[in-house]
Design a protein around this ligand. Structure first.
Ligand SMILES: C[S@@+](CC[C@H](N)C(=O)[O-])C[C@H]1O[C@@H](n2cnc3c(N)ncnc32)[C@H](O)[C@@H]1O
Length: 367
């Protein structure tokens, strides 16, 4: 598989037990730069840090706000910037419409108003069949304009609204890509096709946390309700015709499939937006999905390290690597833990049973 903008020193190969993974195609010395990624495809900064983090460069100053001098969108859209330059960079990349979209999501954030429950009320044991069945109910409901209008009154709690912001940014990039008039941002070499090729962790996560399905459905219903005007509803529901590309509307990209896909990739593929410099008790400010480096697998003795500089990520080898070797990062700070604890952390936090060389070799010894 070829991924745009991935380094010429490596390629993606399929492994027997850990899916796809970058592998080196040449011998590489320590400190080789494999990848510089300028921006995530979609991200969210958690509500509690919204007024303390620059939405462009992710700068955070221990909770102080005085460096965030550009706050014209902070009340309405939850966007604060260090200065006009950060704001302008954000606007050039995301597009001015993204401010309006985020402001609409903020309008659905529960602010003491009575919460109107979504219609599907899923109660699931988390099997793939259950998940399909609940989404099928949503598809049936959205055939009625009256139901979709009702969804405009659903209120999102902070967890759901933060996730909805991430979904909206991803949908907006898809919309820009598909719409012939839209401006297409430079997203560090990533595009919708790469984004949706990321591994899904929908079933495994919902099995572990069944209430997530309620969250996902509420997010979908709110977005569908908020961004589908009565005119769009008439066109989409009553006309029943496929929209022509030149008249693509933002609401056309808000489909069950797209929203599920976006929510399905966040847990297994996201990078934390951390307070820098990274220390033991750094705050986790939000999360971001960078599709191109999401093909780095985890290893408990990694040969690649990522470092963050604002919204940019850089990937360097930590030691010499021979041609053909898998190139792996560490997903968490697990390297110093005993094998059983490492595996537990990775299973509970990242939903996979680690089969890196170190774990396999230590499991062999333990048996
Ligand atoms: C960010 S993705 C990495 C790319 C992924 N292998 C793919 O095919 O898309 C993370 C997922 O890769 C797999 N993975 C990564 N490192 C692994 C490891 N050490 N052992 C087992 N599975 C691993 C797990 O399924 C994990 O959820």
């Amino acid at each position: 598989m070829t991924i745009p903008s991935s380094s010429k020193f490596m390629e993606i190969r399929t492994t027997p037990h850990a899916g796809r993974s970058y592998h080196s195609t040449v011998d590489l010395p320590e400190n080789s730069c494999l990848m510089d990624i300028s921006t995530p495809y979609a991200y969210t900064i958690y509500k509690q840090f919204r007024n303390e983090v620059c939405s462009e460069c992710f700068r955070y100053d221990g909770g102080r706000r005085s460096f965030l001098t550009c706050r014209e969108y902070s009340e309405s859209a939850g966007l604060s910037f260090c200065n006009d330059q950060c704001r302008d960079q954000w606007l050039i990349r995301e597009g001015a419409d993204a401010v309006r979209l985020l402001a609409r999501v903020e309008s659905a954030r529960q602010k003491g108003k009575q919460k109107v429950k979504g219609d599907a009320l899923p109660r699931t044991s988390g099997t793939a069949e259950d998940i399909e069945r609940e989404w099928e109910k949503v598809r049936r409901l959205e055939k009625s304009a009256k139901d979709v209008r009702k969804w405009r009154r659903i209120a999102l709690d902070d967890f759901q609204a933060d996730a909805a912001r991430y979904v909206v940014l991803a949908l907006h990039h898809l919309f820009q890509e598909l719409s012939s008039v839209g401006h297409v941002s430079d997203l560090g070499g990533s595009c919708w096709r790469t984004f949706v090729s990321l591994q899904s962790s929908e079933t495994i996560r919902i099995k572990q946390f069944p209430e997530l399905l309620d969250d996902h459905i509420s997010i979908y219903q709110v977005l569908r309700g908020l961004f589908t005007s009565d005119k769009d509803l008439a066109r989409q529901i009553y006309d029943g015709r496929q929209p022509e590309p030149e008249e693509l509307l933002f609401s056309d990209v808000i489909t069950v499939e797209n929203v599920r896909r976006i929510l399905a990739v966040d847990a297994g593929n996201s990078f934390g937006i951390w307070e820098r410099p990274l220390i033991d008790n750094s705050e986790l400010l939000g999360f971001a999905v960078y599709p191109v480096p999401s093909f780095f697998n985890h290893d408990c003795s990694p040969n690649v390290q990522s470092s963050g500089h604002g919204r940019k990520l850089r990937f360097l080898t930590t030691r010499a690597v021979t041609s053909g070797e898998a190139l792996c990062i560490s997903y968490g700070h697990v390297e110093s833990l005993p094998m059983k604890e490492r595996k537990k952390v990775l299973l509970e936090g990242w939903f996979f049973d680690c089969v890196c060389r170190k774990c396999v070799s230590e499991s062999g010894h333990a048996e």
